[in-house]
Design a protein around this ligand. Structure first.
Ligand code: ATP
Ligand code: MG
Length: 248
């Protein structure tokens, strides 16, 4: 039986607003297995980012629990990698320096961390751009640096909050294909957020459909299609139609 890595139970989050307490996440139970690629799919403002913040320990829940590998999550840390929609690279550091940043602050010797960073720079297809500063990189390339950086940190689990949401359609497709390839090569447990059904279907082992705010889990779909997937495959299109029709 596959091991459960991330487990949340009765997870809820409310915020105090001028008009009273507002419930955003309402009693979510979720298990994510080792090396599973889970996509949280839901409409705008349904609480997807809030979920990522709770799962990664950036924010405490109002009630309920999140456990990572049997340990209660009480805060963020290098074991939990997060990639955001607008990536925050250090503008004063080159590609190499951005990617090796995590191992560097943890004291990994230079030769070792350079080799490690180079492996991930190659993996995301940025060889030749090691000594370039972020200002010289396109949006897609910056996301590649962001992906290399988070993998280089060797997190136990990866959270990705609409990482391709700010890219143009063409680049977005390309990055979906790249991430598919990368995550097959470097197996990790991933929780990926999107409001784009094609993107969800392209990447997911399992899609969790979130209901509108306050968010609960509305439905889930195991996606058995082999990788790399074909956006035009009849079964892909059928699933896309089925999920969009029920949750469009
Ligand atoms: N710190 C906060 N205080 C009060 N309300 C908040 C806070 N953070 C989020 N919210 C509210 O929670 C709801 C869900 O926000 P969240 O950002 O989690 O949604 P989302 O699904 O990620 O949205 P989007 O699709 O725009 O990224 C929104 O109505 C938002 O205003
Ligand atoms: Mg969001």
């Amino acid at each position: 039986m596959e091991k459960v890595i991330l487990r949340c139970r009765e997870l809820s989050k409310s915020y105090k607003t001028p008009s009273g307490e507002k419930c955003i996440i309402d009693g979510i139970n979720l298990d994510v297995k080792e090396n599973e690629f889970v996509v949280l799919f839901g409409p705008g403002q349904c609480g997807k980012t809030t979920m990522i913040n709770l799962l990664s320990g950036l924010e405490p829940p109002s009630s309920g629990t999140v456990e990572l590998n049997g340990q209660l999550v009480t805060g963020p840390g290098p074991d939990k990698g997060v990639i955001y929609q607008t990536i925050a690279l250090f503008p004063w550091l080159t590609t190499m320096q951005n990617v090796e940043y995590g191992p560097k602050v943890r004291g990994m010797p230079k030769k070792q961390r350079r080799e490690r960073a180079q492996h991930f720079i190659d993996l995301v297809g940025l060889q030749g751009f090691e000594h370039v500063y972020p200002i010289k990189l396109s949006g897609g390339m910056k996301q590649r640096v962001g992906i290399a950086r988070v993998y280089c940190n060797d997190p136990f689990i990866l959270f990705m909050d609409e990482p391709f949401g700010a890219l143009d359609a063409q680049t977005r497709y390309m990055m979906q294909e790249e991430l598919g390839r990368i995550s097959r090569q470097e197996k990790r447990t991933v929780v990926f957020v999107t409001n784009n059904i094609e993107e969800a279907l392209y990447l997911a082992d399992r899609i969790i459909v979130m209901e509108n705010c306050p968010s609960k889990i509305k439905e889930e779909y195991v996606i058995p299609l082999p990788h790399p997937r074909d956006y035009m495959d009849p079964e892909f299109l059928r699933l896309r139609k089925e999920i969009s029709a029920s949750h469009g």
